[in-house]
Design a protein around this ligand. Structure first.
Ligand SMILES: [Zn+2]
Length: 267
């Protein structure tokens, strides 16, 4: 399968681990070895280890039987899984094995969900949020203030603000932030549609809820500097400061600077 040692970490000498290549050194084999050495009742620590191995054996009963000559389809599935964010070699191997060999019902459910969502979910034509129609649920909501737009980097940011219940306007999702280091310019982001909305006179207020770093700052400056001439738009940026329940002592210097710059009258 061509795995590299640095991808999977050092191989443990006791042979424990998902996908141990040598079937004789897999978890099952190790349990058997332990049983042959210790015929009596195991102590507390040994019981815990045995229980973990037993659970592991139930979840991955085939784990000691993995060989280099897995099928090409399995290899392709694993490679496809590895392209997903946050999934490394080990995770992709586990997920692929789990779906293909262990839980066939979950595989069918996953395939159906992927098929359905790939056909129905797309970007809202107005704000870039996830939508199953032309407009997302927020843009379709007549009770929202459509002239006040909160600009966020990604959909999870929108969800977080929605969860707070503190914003009754609409959103605009950029799907990233300007980053010359990663070759992300304005053309790669959902900025032109925002500027078009402003040019059409549909926006009175813009709240920039972008991250408090150099790239977020650059993105804010770009948006502000490209507001079409002749349009009066109130542009604000969300405050950054001490988190709720946090103290000044434990805040880093960037947070403290932001908190002091964003101070407001106490009333
Ligand atoms: Zn929308």
């Amino acid at each position: 399968m061509g795995r590299r040692e640095d991808e999977i970490g050092p191989r443990r000498e006791d042979g424990v681990g998902v996908g141990s290549r040598n079937p004789r050194r897999g978890p099952l084999a190790r349990t058997r070895v332990w049983a042959s050495r210790e015929p009596g009742l195991p102590d507390e620590g040994q019981r815990g280890e045995l229980q973990r191995e037993e659970e592991y054996r139930i979840d991955f009963p085939w784990a000691g039987e993995i060989h280099d000559d897995v099928t090409a389809a399995f290899e392709r599935l694993q490679q496809a899984l590895r392209k997903l964010p946050g999934v490394g070699y080990r995770s992709s191997e586990r997920i692929a094995l789990h779906l293909l060999l262990g839980k066939t019902d979950q595989l069918k459910e996953l395939v159906a969900a992927l098929e359905e969502s790939s056909l129905t979910v797309h970007r809202c034509s107005r704000c870039g949020n996830l939508a199953d129609g032309d407009l997302c649920a927020i843009c379709s909501d007549a009770k929202r203030d459509h002239r006040a737009v909160c600009v966020v980097e990604n959909v999870p940011d929108l969800v977080a603000i929605e969860r707070s219940g503190s914003w009754r306007g609409t959103y605009h999702v950029l799907h990233g932030k300007l980053s010359p280091m990663h070759h992300i310019g304005p053309a790669e982001l959902n900025i032109s549609s925002l500027l078009a909305l402003i040019a059409a006179g549909e926006v009175d207020e813009l709240v920039l809820a972008l991250s408090n770093d150099v790239e977020g700052e650059a993105t804010c400056h770009y948006i502000q500097g490209n507001i079409p001439a002749g349009r009066e738009v109130r542009v604000t940026r969300i405050g950054f400061g001490i988190p709720s329940g946090g103290g000044v002592l434990y805040a880093d210097s960037v947070t403290l600077r932001s908190a002091l710059e964003g101070r407001r009258a106490f009333s």
